[in-house]
Design a binder for this molecule. Structure first.
Ligand code: ZN
Length: 249
């Protein structure tokens, strides 16, 4: 259980958010419930994915899997009010933390000019304590590079080619980076208004989920998200919640 009494409410005084994650489905395992509520309020949210998740299904070759998962991602974004989904075309499973990744994410931040940037757990494990599952190198690379790129985007001298070649002016307006699925969350958003759409959004990744589990996909998805959003539920009087570790700038 999370020590949810101390979780602060996510800031609401922003208009544009950019979500940067490694794979199709990374945002649908919880975060989408908060995103649905934000787009309801008229906030603009865009997705940037480092890969198309082409190495994610054992029985499908990457050239078949990539386009399929791209379409599943676009469909799942639309369910929670997100129309802009971009892919950076790094290679699934072998994303390297480094200057190329930081530059690509900084460029995306300059294009979208968000106040809030969201990414996924960049730490070694999921959850703390003994036996916690090991995280994947792709999540570590993209999470860390996103935290770094929030600052890179505002500095005209770090990647001058972004201005010279792509005409992207520095954007120094990122106020927070929120890390979803962190084992040390600091903030939470009420998931009640968005939970049903989050479930439908994750269900859009049907090919992936059918390859992942023998369970009925609807039961698997409902179960997973209900459990995940109940971990910090006392924060909002026993209502489901999505948690974030918030870093300021
Ligand atoms: Zn992932």
């Amino acid at each position: 259980m999370i020590d949810d009494e101390n979780l602060l409410e996510m800031p609401g005084d922003w208009q544009r958010a950019l979500c940067v994650v490694a794979h199709p489905d990374d945002l649908e395992y919880g975060c989408a419930a908060a995103i649905a509520a934000w787009t309801d309020e008229g906030k603009e949210v865009a997705y940037v994915l480092a890969t198309r998740g082409e190495a994610g299904i054992d029985t499908l070759a990457p050239d078949v899997c990539g386009p399929l998962r791209e379409q599943e991602q676009r469909d799942s974004a639309a369910v929670v009010g997100v129309d802009t989904v971009e892919f950076l075309d790094h290679r699934d499973g072998v994303i390297e933390y480094g200057l190329d990744l930081r530059r690509d994410i900084a460029a995306a931040i300059r294009r979208h000019r968000p106040e809030l940037v969201i990414t996924l757990n960049h730490r070694d494990t999921w959850g703390g304590g003994p036996g916690a599952p090991w995280n994947t190198p792709d999540h570590l690379a993209v999470g860390r590079a996103t935290l770094d790129a929030a600052a890179d985007a505002g500095n005209r001298w770090i990647f001058p080619e972004l201005t010279e070649e792509q005409g992207l002016a520095p954007w120094n307006g990122v106020r927070w980076v929120a890390v979803a699925a962190s084992s040390t969350p600091t903030h939470a958003a009420d998931a009640t208004p968005g939970l049903d759409r989050a479930i439908r959004s994750l269900l859009c990744h049907r090919a992936y989920i059918e390859a992942l589990t023998d369970e009925d996909p609807e039961a698997y998805v409902r179960d997973f998200l209900t459990t995940a959003t109940s971990r910090a539920s006392t924060r909002f009087g026993d209502r489901p919640a999505v948690t974030f570790e918030l870093f300021g700038r």
